[in-house]
Design a protein around this ligand. Structure first.
Ligand SMILES: [Zn+2]
Length: 427
């Protein structure tokens, strides 16, 4: 059966209330006035938000199934965004203010005092950007993915996500959360990590320290697949400084180095920040420092049998550069080497929207980033959509899969059935 190894079923529970409200209002208004929304960017953003605000995971699955024209297995990846807009150290301030607010409400303080505390809480809870696009929805994502797994157990294999900085928020730490939710006969089939949200791939909770077992050791021992974002594009946290435990990539040396060796107390002060810098340069800086392939190689050197998907193969922009021999391509090469050196390193082609104004871009990617791969690497590349992120690039799932089927022809079965079935450990 067709497997989409990388997609998302984020529902409105992940979007902040304000944004949900605003989006609904804007959509209603634009429908009523029948505003001409000609710009592809506006159309893409609208499509993205409509999908997220208006659809349930079941409806998203159904829509993809219609688009793919067949039954399929979805691998929806969860995302723990708790600290994307607020640092753990700020979080404790927030809880102090919340306590003060509750106490104030119970006492007979005048309304204006309560309002002042509420206002203070609001500014804290909102991001450093002053906007809160996403709110944390950890429990809600677990709930909605657990429900869809229960209703279609053979069609959906969700991946569980948790930020290692939250270890002491759970009784028994993050590992106990993972043991509770992930594994055979559990709702989640694997673990998803997104280190550019503000932590190192070698964070001690993941990597292990001293005698304490980390997440990777557990996953390696139990053959639990781990999917990590591995692209120069994507998402990151937006804080202008973060304390990092573990290694960061040190561009001058081309190595990974413990953050505390490079920065005072391990606190990175980023160069690209809101509001002066754009989304792309902000995310790129954090993606390189916290998510460079060299960091993942260090993880694999300690856990060589870890089953890991270095998702996106560097991202479509890097992949297309690789395919067209552009000198600024570097990320895919690192991934290919790791796929060759370690038995369980996978990658996926997800969010592969059109490049270079070339409608045949996928043929070039097929030739260079599939045909030319070492034999054992070919067994470990997977088809993925990144639905519904694709909507941002005005790419429908129909068109997307069609591009793959045309470019990969008979090899499409390998990347969309055989390889991902091995990754998931299903026959
Ligand atoms: Zn994704």
């Amino acid at each position: 059966m067709l497997i989409d190894a990388h997609c998302h079923f984020f529902t409105n529970s992940i979007l902040a209330d304000r944004l949900q409200r605003d989006t609904k209002n804007i959509l209603k208004l634009s429908k009523r006035l029948s505003l001409p929304v000609n710009s592809p960017i506006v159309q893409g953003a609208a499509e993205f938000l409509i999908t997220g605000v208006e659809n349930t995971p079941e409806e998203m699955y159904e829509y993809m199934k219609q688009s793919y024209g067949c039954d399929f297995i979805a691998v929806p990846l969860m995302l723990d965004l708790t600290y994307a807009f607020i640092a753990p150290e700020q979080e404790s301030k927030v809880s102090t203010i919340k306590k003060a607010l509750n106490a104030a409400k119970e006492s007979s303080l005048p309304e204006k005092y309560i309002e002042a505390i509420e206002k203070r809480l609001d500014t804290f809870e909102r991001s450093a950007l002053g906007i809160d696009v996403f709110k944390n929805s950890y429990e809600k994502q677990i709930e909605s993915l657990t429900n869809i797994k229960a209703s279609m157990p053979d069609k959906v294999y969700p991946f569980f996500s948790v930020d290692p900085r939250r270890d002491n928020e759970f009784n028994g730490g993050i590992l106990s959360e993972i043991k509770k939710y992930v594994g055979r006969s559990k709702p989640f089939a694997g673990v998803k990590l997104y280190s550019s949200l503000g932590y190192s791939p070698t964070h001690p909770v993941l990597f292990g320290s001293g005698k304490k077992q980390g997440v990777y050791a557990f996953c390696e021992r139990h053959n639990i697949p781990v999917t990590v974002h591995s692209s120069i594009e994507g998402f990151s946290h937006f804080l202008d400084k973060t304390k990092i435990e573990g290694d960061v990539y040190y561009p001058e040396a081309g190595k990974c180095v413990p953050a505390e060796f490079l920065y005072d107390e391990g606190i990175i002060k980023y160069e690209n920040n809101m509001p002066t810098k754009d989304f792309e340069s902000i995310t790129r800086e954090r993606l390189v420092l916290l998510n460079h392939p060299v960091l993942w190689r260090k993880v694999l050197e300690k856990y060589p049998r870890l089953k890991i998907d270095l998702a996106h193969f560097g991202g479509v922009i890097q992949a297309y550069k690789y395919a067209t021999h552009d000198k600024s391509s570097f990320w895919p090469e690192y991934i290919i080497e790791m796929m060759d050196d370690f038995p369980n390193v996978y990658s996926d082609y997800s969010c592969y929207y059109e490049q270079g104004g070339n409608p045949d871009y996928m043929e070039l990617i097929y030739k260079s980033l599939y045909k030319n791969l070492p034999r054992n690497a070919k067994k470990k590349v997977m088809f993925g959509s990144d639905f519904y992120m694709l909507a941002l690039y005005n790419m429908t799932p129909e068109k997307y899969i069609d591009n793959f089927r045309k470019a990969f022809t008979k090899d499409f079965k390998r990347i969309s059935e055989d390889n991902p079935a091995n990754f998931l450990g299903i026959s």
